[in-house]
Design a protein around this ligand. Structure first.
Ligand code: DGL
Length: 301
């Protein structure tokens, strides 16, 4: 089958509170190499995990309106566990014509691979406290054999921001991130494969994928570390195939960003925070050149 022209067929919007969602974009690019993506890093408003629900919902709505205003948005990937937990239902109500794919901690896959039945889950406070997460947990526990698994939840305050800082200051080293990872793993208990030990760690925040090497070093080679990027990319791919058959409606909101006169590229990254931080992250994690990166600011238009 000939590749579909990404410029003619619209784009997939992807957003996160910051650079964490680039870990999902990595997986999306592998799964959908001919797709056109527009990524929004909401760094000026991060961390979502330490904000109120109302604040996160407002940001989710605002960002989605910006995607919509560009026209021909096929689907939106909420590349943020916190925004999914807090905002996806409201987004689906507000934008019924749009398809949303969210990310959530991979509890079910973790229960499938764990032998000891003890599974650690790290995420933001907002994600782990949310009603959506509680529902997911109940469902996974109900589907599992009685007493087959136990989840140990650990909110990691400050870790997402430390990962943002580390990426923005490429030369500052990873000491702060290493210390936080070590601290939170220690709080969860003992990891390993003996009965009673945690043998599986779920990364319930898209930022933490960028600390995966540190977690691996701390946990050793055999503890399972589970993230969701690839599953989310596969789901987006399925939805995207469907929406190619549909005609998406053009913007009804005015857009402050994404001027349509700009030449279209297959990947554009936008940030509400410092441009140089996004450029560093794009280069480091996606090997993308700086000219893919743009800064969004209402006053600059
Ligand atoms: N990347 C976001 C997530 O997956 C969280 C980071 C934040 O607190 O903003 O939950």
């Amino acid at each position: 089958m000939a590749p579909i022209d990404p410029l003619a067929s619209g784009f997939v919007g992807v957003f996160d509170s910051g650079i964490g969602g680039l870990s999902v974009l990595q997986a999306l690019r592998v799964e959908m190499p001919h797709e056109r993506f527009i990524y929004w890093s909401d760094s000026a408003y991060a961390p979502y995990g330490e904000r109120s629900d109302a604040f996160v919902i407002d940001r989710c709505n605002f960002i989605t309106k910006q995607f919509f205003a560009r026209g021909n948005v096929k689907s939106v990937v909420i590349a943020c566990n916190t925004a999914t937990a807090v905002g996806i239902e409201s987004l689906r109500l507000q934008f019924p014509q749009l398809k949303f794919v969210g990310v959530e901690p991979a509890l079910k896959p973790a229960s499938g691979v764990s032998n000891t039945g003890r599974i650690g889950v790290i995420g933001t406070h907002a994600t782990l406290q949310s009603a959506r997460f509680a529902k997911l947990l109940d469902k996974v526990l109900a589907d599992a054999a009685p007493d087959a698994c136990e989840f140990i939840m650990q909110p990691c305050q400050g870790l997402a921001l430390a990962i943002e800082r580390q990426t923005a200051n490429a030369h500052s080293g990873s000491q702060e991130v290493e210390e936080l990872c070590a601290l939170y793993l220690k709080k969860m208990g003992s990891f390993g494969h003996a009965p009673g030990q945690i043998d599986t760690l779920v990364l319930g925040c898209t930022h933490y994928v960028f600390a995966q090497d540190i977690f691996r070093q701390l946990l050793g080679p055999t503890v399972n570390i589970i993230s969701t990027g690839s599953a989310v990319a596969k789901q987006t791919q399925r939805l995207s195939m469907d929406s190619r058959l549909e005609k998406t409606s053009k913007a009804v909101w005015g857009s402050d960003f994404l001027n349509e006169d700009q030449p279209q590229k297959s990947i554009e990254l936008w940030t509400t925070g410092p441009l140089s931080a996004l450029e560093k992250a794009a280069k480091r994690w996606l090997t993308l050149p700086p000219d893919c990166c743009h800064r969004w600011a209402p006053s600059s238009i």
